[in-house]
Design a protein around this ligand. Structure first.
Ligand code: SF4
Ligand code: SF4
Length: 470
């Protein structure tokens, strides 16, 4: 018996639920889930989808709440503008986010995948629901797929795919609005495709990709494509809380033996937990890479347990140690170490964010230029100066030469005005009396002011002809 169980338990490792022996994809028709967890997930997903679809309409100080304009390399997060110059902040934020995901996964397994990942939310709560509505539950879907094309099949498939394209188009528009902003999107609609050909092509491409992902790829994204899913094996340990089958209570599985009910465990081998699984796996084989923690199997099994008068929770959120040793979750040294690093990283990020300057200045000597002698006999160096204005207002800029003794002269005009959310450039000379030049290269320090308030200090070098002083 024990030997037979070992063979049985290992069989699932040799094959994928959605691929046949010849390597051909097997289409998964998951049974429509129902139960408490499914209801909670539905409400939560409505909340998340509401947030996502309303996001482009939300503004703070007249600016989008979230704008990820990778094309112009401009990002607005909660009303704050970020530029490529803020790469350090992005790097810190990404690092903190990755560590947060790792810590979260170590403790709570793949809850993100089943409850908050846009792929699962759209797939299970939008596209799948449309499918259930038009084609019916798993068995009806299977029958329809096997049937020849007749009026019934054509209108159901036709309507489903029409709605899939429509949903993909709406998602693609929302996605694009996060990249180019809603105002730009409206402009695109008003001016027509000819005036914004590139953006319309992007919209068509996004729509096609989304439709392909939700109509065809489906669970393959979670199983083969998503790198986060592939890393599960590294992150989970015996204390991680995951969707798990209580094999201590459930085995040996099988139909209840009425003559001696104690011969069997609580699992009646009804396979309902398998039938509802959107990735087609059997959770009774233990934690698997394919499990996205969607909890559909918990609901299915709880319903069975109620029917056979057994306590709910044969499949539940628990850790391996929780099931085998009855141990409740405790923070182990690894979790504590992750938490400490996470808090540290987040503190550094917050500090960098709070102390972030409104304007970022870069001062560089013009490449390929040596010093020049002016008509008045002074020695000058030419510089390029660049300002990144991260605010939503115009900023007048004044420059003060702190070191060495000399004078700043702008190449064009007398004032520098940097437009809001933009990069301003100017060229300037630093002029010095030859008698003041004591070395070939002298450090230069310039203070940058706006409206009389010092914003930052920039440094460079001044090159001069030392032989003049000899
Ligand atoms: S739903 Fe529950 S009882 Fe039925 S096979 Fe799955 S674990 Fe066993
Ligand atoms: S095993 Fe359960 S929780 Fe995991 S994906 Fe399948 S139904 Fe969802």
């Amino acid at each position: 018996m024990e030997g037979a169980k070992v063979i049985d338990q290992q069989q699932f490792r040799d094959k994928l639920a959605n691929v046949d022996k010849k390597g051909k994809r097997l289409w998964i028709f998951p049974k429509k889930p129902k139960g408490n967890f499914y209801n909670y997930r539905t409400w939560f997903s409505w909340f998340l989808m509401g947030l996502m679809f309303s996001g482009p309409f939300l503004k703070l100080n007249g600016k989008p709440l979230l704008l990820l304009n990778v094309l112009e390399r401009k990002f607005i997060i909660f009303g704050m503008v970020f530029w490529p110059q803020d790469l350090n902040l992005f790097a810190l934020l990404m690092l903190t986010f990755v560590l947060f995901i790792i810590l979260f996964t170590v403790v709570f397994g793949r809850v993100w995948c089943g409850w908050a990942c846009p792929q699962t939310i759209f797939m299970e709560m939008l596209f799948r629901k449309i499918e259930y509505l038009i084609e019916g539950d798993a068995n009806q879907q299977k029958k329809l797929a096997e049937a020849d094309y007749d009026f019934n099949k054509i209108w159901r498939k036709g309507l489903k795919h029409l709605l899939f394209w429509l949903m993909s188009f709406i998602i693609a528009n929302t996605f694009l609005a996060y990249i180019i902003s809603l105002d730009e999107l409206w402009l695109m609609v008003e001016d027509g495709p000819a005036a914004h050909l590139g953006k319309f092509m992007a919209l068509a491409l996004f729509t096609t990709v989304f439709n392909f992902v939700f109509a065809r790829l489906r669970e393959l994204v979670c199983i083969f494509i998503c790198p986060y899913g592939r890393l599960q094996g590294l992150m989970l340990d015996k204390n991680s809380i995951v969707v798990a089958y209580d094999f201590v209570r459930g085995e040996p599985r099988g139909k209840v033996d009425k003559s001696d009910p104690s011969k069997k465990g609580d699992c009646i081998d009804c396979k309902l937990c398998v039938n509802v699984c959107p990735t087609g796996i059997d959770i009774r084989n233990g934690t698997q890479l394919e499990c996205v923690n969607c909890t559909a199997c918990i609901d299915a099994c709880d319903e069975v347990m109620v029917k056979i008068n057994k306590p709910k929770g044969l499949v539940r959120f628990d850790s391996l140690n929780g099931i085998t040793l009855g141990k409740k979750f405790t923070f182990n040294p690894r979790n504590i170490a992750y938490s400490v690093v996470l808090v540290g990283l987040f503190s550094v990020f917050l500090f960098a964010l709070i102390t972030r300057k409104d304007i970022e200045t870069t001062l560089l000597r013009t490449p390929g230029m040596l010093y020049q002698k002016t008509e008045t006999g002074k020695i000058s160096n030419l510089y390029n100066i660049e300002f990144v204005n991260k605010t939503f207002r115009e900023l007048p800029i004044q420059l003060k030469l702190v070191e060495p003794k000399g004078e700043i002269k702008l190449v064009e005009g007398n004032d520098i005005l940097v437009e809001k959310e933009s990069v301003g450039k100017a060229s300037l000379f630093i002029e010095r009396e030859p008698s003041e030049i004591k070395q070939i290269s002298t450090p230069v320090v310039i203070e940058v002011y706006s409206n009389g308030v010092i914003i930052e200090t920039v440094k460079s070098k001044f090159n001069g002809p030392v032989f003049i002083n000899k």
